[in-house]
Design a protein around this ligand. Structure first.
Ligand code: ADQ
Length: 456
């Protein structure tokens, strides 16, 4: 069998040595790459004055990593442009924020062609290629145009949108047709897979056969849901390790007998942070008895800061959290602790464990790993409660959480109040079911299922 070649916009190999900073995706893919003596290919994150296609090859954490530099124009049009200003908002149901500009499409096509040029010489005849995410939808088409006959799979980490939204994209047909140059198309959820099927049948006038293979545009691709999991064992170990323990003790002391509600997100409009703050405000407004008894710790790491929509949501959150704190704070209590920094994974595990409620309320999310991390970090004898948006992909697998509609402020507020009052026996019962399922569907199971479907 050939090697595994993973392609993603940015490569994230585990260069880390035990500080717990490695993400689960990097861990799972790196392990597979080591087993298959594979290569991880992507953009270096650097830009140069003029594109050369020069490959930089390194060994990091036992994995061969190959990267190329892009031009500034590529970064603006492909990355900030088509990927993050056109596709990301559209696929997260924010047609209002989705900007379409021809230069973005051109930049997207150009970078995918450049990736294909740089990658093609690295690929042997028996290798199989696993492409990740919306930045690289046309990559297989470009690789096929360069003569590659290898098995190529695609996995979409974000939601696949409803057909009526997708058709607002002027080049939607070309985009979807390009997916049919893959052998396998993986989505996070049944919901996304269903939305893709709907497009194939209705818009592309194609069909789905009994084996789950989609036929359209004169070609075929196997499709399926492969919900991504957590590196559960590592995360549980991190939660029980010394750093997490120290962070847990520190938080407990700082909590001072109050109940902590935790939110951890990239600072992104899809994560529903403003609505979350407003739902929490409603709790404080309606439940005088809870004031000074609870607080919300919201950790939000700034992301994509060059994109205006991200600057705007950041300013909104500063304003809303400030207003709520101004209205409800007392001399020794602040209702929202709002933090814009990044935490180490093991620190985060300790913080999750100290929280009575995990509040995960995205308006739309492919999966949402924070929901899974919160559960994995809990103390089995006294676990907290997960309040989870029905529009996070994770909700398909996490029915024992308190599932809420994040657009319904009163419902989120009720979820918070219910979670705060939940008896220990019920918390343990719900957590045990969630945790069993997390273990069965961890990131290794995800990777193995995908790779088996791609090779098989
Ligand atoms: P994201 O949108 O980034 O991922 P998510 O799945 O929640 O969303 O993953 C975020 C990761 O970053 C988590 O591991 C979390 O712990 C970490 N993180 C967030 N804020 C942090 C902070 N302040 N400090 C440290 N770590 C922080 C995309 C899709 C998701 C999908 C994943 C994986 O949007 O829907 O679940 O890919 O497929």
């Amino acid at each position: 069998m050939g090697r595994l070649i993973v392609v993603s916009n940015r490569v994230q190999p585990p260069g880390d040595t035990g500080d717990g900073a490695v993400g689960g995706l990097a861990m799972a893919l790196a392990a597979a790459l080591r087993e298959h003596s594979g290569v991880w290919f992507g953009w270096s994150g650097q830009t140069v004055d003029e594109y050369t296609g020069q490959l930089s090859v390194q060994r990091i954490g036992g994995v061969t990593v190959a990267t190329v530099d892009l031009e500034e124009q590529d970064r603006l049009e492909y990355y900030n442009g088509y990927a993050n200003r056109t596709l990301w908002p559209l696929f997260h149901y924010r047609v209002d924020l989705s900007a379409y500009e021809r230069t973005f499409s051109e930049g997207y096509a150009r970078v995918n062609a450049r990736f294909a040029d740089a990658l093609t010489p690295l690929v042997g005849p028996d290798d199989f290629i696993w492409v990740h995410d919306y930045h690289l939808i046309p990559l297989a088409r470009e690789l096929r145009a360069r003569g590659l006959k290898n098995r190529i799979g695609f996995f979409l980490h974000i939601p696949w949108p409803a057909r009526r939204l997708l058709i607002t994209l002027p080049d939607h047909r070309e985009l979807v047709a390009a997916l049919f140059d893959y052998d396998l198309l993986g989505f996070q959820t049944e919901d996304s897979t269903g939305a893709f099927r709907d497009y194939v049948r209705t818009e592309a006038e194609g069909s789905i056969d009994d084996e789950g293979v989609a036929h359209a545009f004169g070609r075929s691709a196997r499709i399926g849901a492969f919900p991504i999991g957590l590196d559960v064992e590592n995360f549980v170990a991190a939660a029980e390790g010394p750093v997490a323990q120290a962070e847990y003790e520190r938080m407990r002391a700082s909590v001072n007998g109050r109940d902590m509600i935790i939110g951890v997100d990239r600072l992104d409009y899809s994560k529903g942070l403003e609505d979350r703050f407003l739902a929490y405000e409603q709790v404080l407004h309606d439940h005088e008895e809870l004031r000074e008894k609870v607080f919300l710790l919201q950790i939000a790491t700034p992301s994509r800061e060059e994109v205006v929509a991200y600057q705007e949501i950041r300013a909104r959150l500063d304003a809303v959290s400030g207003r709520i704190n101004g209205a409800f704070a007392t001399v020794d209590w602040v209702p929202i602790r709002y933090v814009n920094r990044t935490y180490r994974r093991d620190e985060l595990a300790g913080v999750y464990r100290a929280a009575r409620i995990g509040l995960v309320t995205p308006l739309r999310d492919g999966m949402n790993l924070v929901a899974k991390e919160y559960v994995a970090a809990q103390d089995p004898k006294d676990p907290g409660v997960l309040v989870l948006s029905q529009f996070a992909g994770a909700s398909e697998q996490m029915a024992e959480a308190l599932i809420v509609n994040p657009f319904d402020r009163a419902a989120v507020a009720e979820g918070i109040v219910k979670g705060l009052g939940m008896e220990r026996a019920e918390r343990i019962e719900r957590w045990t079911a969630l945790m069993d399922n997390l273990r069965k569907t961890d990131v290794i199971a995800w990777r193995d299922a995908y790779v088996a479907a791609l090779i098989g």
